[in-house]
Ligand binder design. Sequence first.
Ligand SMILES: [Zn+2]
Length: 104
Amino acid sequence: MTINILNLPSLNIIDMTESEDDYRFLVETTSPSPSYCPKCGTVPNLYKHGKKKQLFFDLPMHAKRVGIYVKRQRYKCRECNVTFFEHLPDMDESRSITRRLIKK
Ligand SMILES: [Zn+2]
């Protein structure tokens, strides 16, 4: 899909499904890999450690609910063994919604 109708530049839309009441997007981030470990601060000794789909809700479009499934990359640090998810700048993780939904 070339047009990012979500208008969230940090996300790349892989798929979209539409039902009577919902839009469901499947996305990946466009962010680069993290440059250091958030726990021990070591310069990259990180490796990719699987992906997990997480659902976030966004502003309604055309009177339908919008859900965004993020295929989120998980990393593991070789130095301290901590695992962590890539950063999602557009999402409020504690509430599982997009930040722009809060501003409304
Ligand atoms: Zn570490």
